[in-house]
Design a protein around this ligand. Sequence first.
Ligand code: NAD
Length: 459
Amino acid sequence: MTDKYTAFVSRGWGRDLAKRLGLPQPVALRRYAADERLPGPALVVGSGPSAQALADALEGWGVEVRRDGADDGGASPEAGSDGARRPKLGAIILVLDDVEGPEGLSAPVLAAGRALRSLAACGRVVTVSRRASAADEPSLAAARQGVEGILRSLAKELRSGSTANGILLAEGVGADAPSVLGALRFLLSGRSAFVDGQFLTVGTDGGALPLDPDRPLAGKVAVVTGAARGIGASIARTLGRDGAKVVAVDVPAAGESLARVANEVHGTALQLDITRTDAGERILEHAVGRHGRLDIVVHNAGITRDKLLANMDAAKWDSVIAVNIAAQLRINDALLASDHFGDGAHIVSVSSTSGIAGNRGQTNYAASKAGVVGMVRSTAARLAARGGTVNAVAPGFIETEMTAKIPFATREVARRLNSLQQGGLPVDVAEAIAFLASDAAGGISGNVLRVCGQNLVGQ
Ligand code: NAD
């Protein structure tokens, strides 16, 4: 699971060689730490009330804020008024929610562009804009949709572990809504290290920011399926670190490692094959019986049984559908039928970039993972009626036991084919899930967040 190439090109003659040959030079990403800070001040570009609201919020979090009204004719953010050199910027927040037509993009976007050379390594660019809708006037829709093109291209231009992501506001949602601020905080932090070139849509003013940003899940009870190893174990650890009481679920055959993970996070283990018809009821019974409530369910358990479709048999096809999507649908039905899973409940499901872009030999897997996307979109309204949310994350190339088995040359290509030029870690998927499972994301539902370093496939 070690990425020897990254180690080789990060120092000495390996670094010089990679530079000379124009080879990828991935850097160690900035990941979450309790005392984590942005690597420099945040520049807020934009002059409207939303830009002011976001600047105020950043200052409230202790971030040093610079302002650029985008009409100063191009002052360099590297030099202060006294000509002294300023520290590199940790982030650029580009506020575009008041843009009315494509021509209006020019001043703020070019102002952000002028600041890019001052962005520190592992810095962040975040756009805040309105979601385009079919009801918009054509020129308004063009400007709003244009932001997506800008952001996705800009993310491909950044280097040194920096990322660019966007927050889309639905009509009527203010820039100071809790989930806008929650999303901004997530995207600026090391929790979003491997999220790049993506958008989070805030659909409502719902949600609440945590009292303690380092323990956003304090008091919550969370179930994680497939928690005995890999990404699931990392999700259990991350939710536990964020304050949740974790119920770790996996098949009885994985009992020993399941118990180890559950003990490590001071949670409980539930040996359960999620394809059992009563799996949802068993999960509710355990969570409510042992911990008094159930707030979060993470559908992570998944299997692959790859074959070209011409060689696919029913056993391979059916088992993948059964574990990866049919079980989730049945468990969700049980959760939604229960009074114990209502107000403020969050479901997060693990999809895959294979379900979005397709993958040779994975028609069954891609059917199940695209199915997760469909399920999330369709279930969002049902959960909204009870004050809950449902979202998916779609990991790209993640360094796990599964991907370690891919032949060397194929693996090298797969892991470099993204803007960050490296594979993600299980914790990167876990961090995105922990955010979507928190009340700070209460205004975000029906989203599919890719955790793929802006994989070039399917985007
Ligand atoms: P993994 O095989 O290491 O772990 C999956 C876990 O799910 C195992 O512990 C397994 O015992 C459990 N599980 C399988 N069937 C089950 C069942 N019927 N009931 C209960 N538990 C069951 O896989 P991983 O790499 O950690 O992947 C986790 C999730 O992420 C999966 O949904 C996978 O499809 C998805 N994913 C992984 C990657 C990657 O690069 N590794 C990429 C995209 C998506």
